[in-house]
Ligand binder design. Structure first.
Ligand code: G1P
Length: 297
């Protein structure tokens, strides 16, 4: 039987330069999608998938992220006194159990593989999840839950996968797959950010992983890869070479690339349209905008 996945690593050490000047003082993960910070979406998805230990790999300038997860008792009390029960519920839904979150600093920006490796002592010898909060995924069932269920059947490593246009492969880890049919696809190899002409397929890795501890041992070698960084993709590819199965999991759901401005905006509109309290007004506005094409001046 496979061991239960209860720990997740959230690499959040990046500087978020694509969102300057906002990220000068606000960590990207705290930027809001409608009215919730980006990181809350990842946390909710992890909780729904049965994760109970949350490990954040942070860096300098991320203290707002740590504050966000503190219980705000003054605010809770004030909402209680005013009878604002809906808001109180919203607020309390973000409360985390004491001791459930750990923060580890990545002292140098050496890449995603290095960030994950920084959490190795907290993971120990267990399977674990990695979630990149920039990738926001909405769907009928939380993406990580789909993946953990598949992992419990197959074992091995499981990475979220999605087909992308060929010219976009250089933005992703890409899977080398045989027959790309079915939901769970066995990978023969994995390459980080290949040029389109060198990409083994157009099946890209999206920021959800269920990994075996062997990936952490592979990261111990600290080998530099694409972009001169220590890549998680390379450590997973090494597992394939060592005979550990790796599967691409073609999840059900819609993925938003909130690491880019266009993706963040699309997610904002899509999540706002999913909200009853905002839907009508926004739809009306979008319609008007589509007709007149008027931009802000
Ligand atoms: C990271 C990973 C890449 C993966 C991507 C998914 O890249 O290195 O393999 O495909 O996330 O979003 P990044 O977007 O951090 O450059």
């Amino acid at each position: 039987m496979t061991r239960k996945v209860t720990k997740a690593i959230f690499p959040v050490a990046g500087m978020g330069t694509r969102f300057l000047p906002a990220t000068k003082s606000v960590p990207k993960e705290i930027m809001t999608l409608v009215d919730r910070p980006l990181v809350q979406y990842a946390i909710d998805e992890a909780r729904a998938a049965g994760i109970t230990e949350f490990i954040f790999v942070t860096s300098r300038g991320k203290s707002a992220l740590e504050d966000y997860f503190d219980h705000n008792q003054v605010l809770e009390q004030s909402l209680k006194e005013k009878g604002k029960n809906d808001l109180l519920e919203t607020l309390q839904a973000t409360n985390m159990e004491s001791g459930a979150i750990a923060y580890i600093r990545q002292h140098k920006a050496l890449g995603l593989g290095h960030a994950v490796w920084c959490a190795r002592r907290l993971i120990g010898d267990e399977p674990f999840a990695v979630m990149l909060p920039d990738d926001v995924i909405s769907g009928p069932k939380p993406c990580l839950q789909q993946m953990i269920e598949a992992y419990e059947e197959t074992g091995g490593n499981m990475v979220a996968a999605m087909e992308v246009p060929e010219e976009k492969t250089s933005s992703y880890g890409v899977l080398d797959v045989g027959d790309n049919i079915g939901k769970v696809v066995r990978a023969r190899g994995m390459v980080e950010k290949p040029k389109p002409q060198e990409a083994p397929s157009n099946l890209a890795v999206i920021g959800r992983y269920v990994l075996r501890p062997s990936v952490l041992y592979n990261l111990n070698q600290n080998k530099l890869g694409s972009g001169g960084e220590i890549q998680l993709t390379d450590a997973i590819a090494e597992d394939i070479r060592n005979g550990v199965p790796v599967f691409g999991y073609k999840f059900d759901g819609q993925r938003f690339d909130c690491g880019s401005k266009a993706g963040f905006l699309q997610a904002t509109v899509a999540f706002a349209l999913a909200r009853e309290d905002l839907r009508d007004e926004l739809r009306h506005y979008l319609h008007e905008l589509a007709t007149t094409g008027q931009a802000a001046q």
